[in-house]
Ligand binder design. Structure first.
Ligand SMILES: *Cc1c(COP(=O)(O)O)cnc(C)c1O
Length: 424
């Protein structure tokens, strides 16, 4: 099996001819991933932010099974169904104020494409087609499809590979004032200068609120986001909040925008939406955006994927969001936050560590130099944990249900493995 995988299958961001090793998984339950050789790994990644309730959660499995018995899929053109309606009702209820025009799609990157198309159609419909560019932040990540790539960090993102095929958008300096730091007015200067100078050609600002994920795992100050919101209002530019990573509690609030008390004009959610069981995402706009698009020419929103609003995905999303809301998730995340803080703090003393930062159920150790992925991955597996660093970043974002003892095993593995990195 591994030999076939090696020769024929692409994994994310890998070479087909010289792939890094992969570990075959037999099953997963709770916070443990079971490999085919019988070893069990405590999961520190929640499968890239998504598995918030742990693996094989009985409530989610039952929702999938029940729905599969009734309706696994049906086209959404001209038809509708209870799971989509229930999910939309739930999203409108829990999302920040004013977001109530729901578009369901199949992945985060598509949700970002949809948001950017909404912004373009909105200004076209209003008779201002020149407002067709985007402003974003350096160190951001918004997905791997073309327009999403165009707003990923131009240095660490995909720009150098696809330069010439991507529209050139505007990048403000990344926020430097950390979430817990003292706010400094200078932090917003780059963004403010760009929006002031270019608002006539800007359709929207797109950013990850508070937590910049795959572009650098950084947490910035809520005041930055408040200032962005008010500058967007002042200059008549839409604000798109990409909460695909942060949505559903990860940062300590249900949505990261809540740290700043703001609402965007369009929000994207995905990843944890189905508790990591199915691929599903949503782009939700305000009535203003919906009215704008519908009021102009062609009067319809020009997008409609084959698997839009897949009933299996919608029903398990309803189950997952309800499971979260019925749990004591704030207390769980506060506990995890405290334990990540305490457990990772020994890394602060290490000379080869640049910074340790924790927010909600996210713990990040930033090293001074990039890690050797193959070696560090093997070192973690040997210690019975699943941690997947990238570049200079070793980070944890466990399922919310992780108990103290397992989390302690995870953080001490990180401390030990990073300590081992200093000699190499
Ligand atoms: C993961 C991610 C995406 C892309 O989602 P996919 O489901 O991988 O296409 C977009 N934006 C953010 C902030 C993400 O973390």
């Amino acid at each position: 099996m591994l030999d076939f995988d090696r020769r024929y299958i692409w994994h994310p961001y890998t070479s087909i001819n010289n792939p890094l090793p992969v570990y075959p998984v037999e099953s997963a339950a709770g916070v443990r991933i079971r490999l085919m050789d019988g070893r069990e790994l405590i999961d520190g990644m929640a499968s890239w932010w998504s598995v918030i309730h742990g693996y094989s959660h009985p409530v989610l499995t039952r929702a999938l099974q029940d729905q599969a018995g009734r309706l696994s899929h049906v086209m959404f053109g001209g038809l509708t169904h209870q799971p989509a309606v229930e999910l939309a009702r739930l999203l409108v209820d829990v999302l920040p104020d004013g977001l109530n025009r729901v578009f369901l799609s199949d992945s985060g990157s598509v949700a970002v494409e949809v948001a950017m198309k909404m912004a373009l159609q909105y200004w076209q419909a209003l008779g201002r087609p020149a407002k067709n560019r985007f402003l974003t932040l350096r160190s951001g990540y918004h997905g791997d499809t073309f327009h999403a790539m165009s707003v990923c960090d131009p240095v660490t993102g995909m720009h150098h590979v696809f330069a010439g095929n991507l529209p050139l958008y505007l990048f403000a300096d990344r926020p430097e004032v950390g979430f817990h730091d003292q706010w400094d007015e200078a932090d917003i200067a780059s963004f403010a200068g760009l929006i002031e100078g270019h608002h006539r050609e800007l359709g929207a600002v797109i950013l990850e609120p508070i937590v910049q994920g795959a572009g650098g795992m950084r947490f910035y100050h809520p005041e930055y986001l408040r200032r962005v919101r008010s500058l967007c209002d002042r200059y008549d530019v839409l604000l798109i909040a990409d909460e695909i990573a942060t949505g559903f509690g990860r940062s300590g609030r249900l949505f990261a925008c809540e740290h700043a008390g703001i609402s965007p004009d369009i929000i994207c959610v995905g990843k944890a939406l189905t508790g990591g069981t199915m691929t599903l995402a949503a782009t939700v706009a305000t009535e203003k955006v919906g009215d704008g698009i519908s009021g102009g020419d062609p009067g319809v929103f020009m997008h409609g994927p084959t698997f839009m609003a897949n009933p299996l995905a919608c029903s398990v999303a309803v189950a997952s969001v309800n499971l979260l809301l019925a749990s004591d998730w704030q207390a769980r995340i506060a506990t995890i936050e405290g334990q990540l803080e305490a457990g990772l703090s020994p890394c602060r003393e290490m000379a080869h560590v640049r910074e340790v930062r924790v927010l909600g159920a996210i713990g990040v150790v930033e090293l001074r130099n990039p890690v050797n992925m193959e070696r560090i991955q093997a070192a973690f597996v040997k210690r019975g944990v699943w941690v997947r660093p990238f570049g200079r970043l070793v980070y944890l974002m466990p399922p919310y249900c992780m108990e103290g003892a397992d989390l302690a095993t995870l953080t001490s593995a990180v401390v030990a493995v990073i300590d081992g990195e200093k000699e190499v």
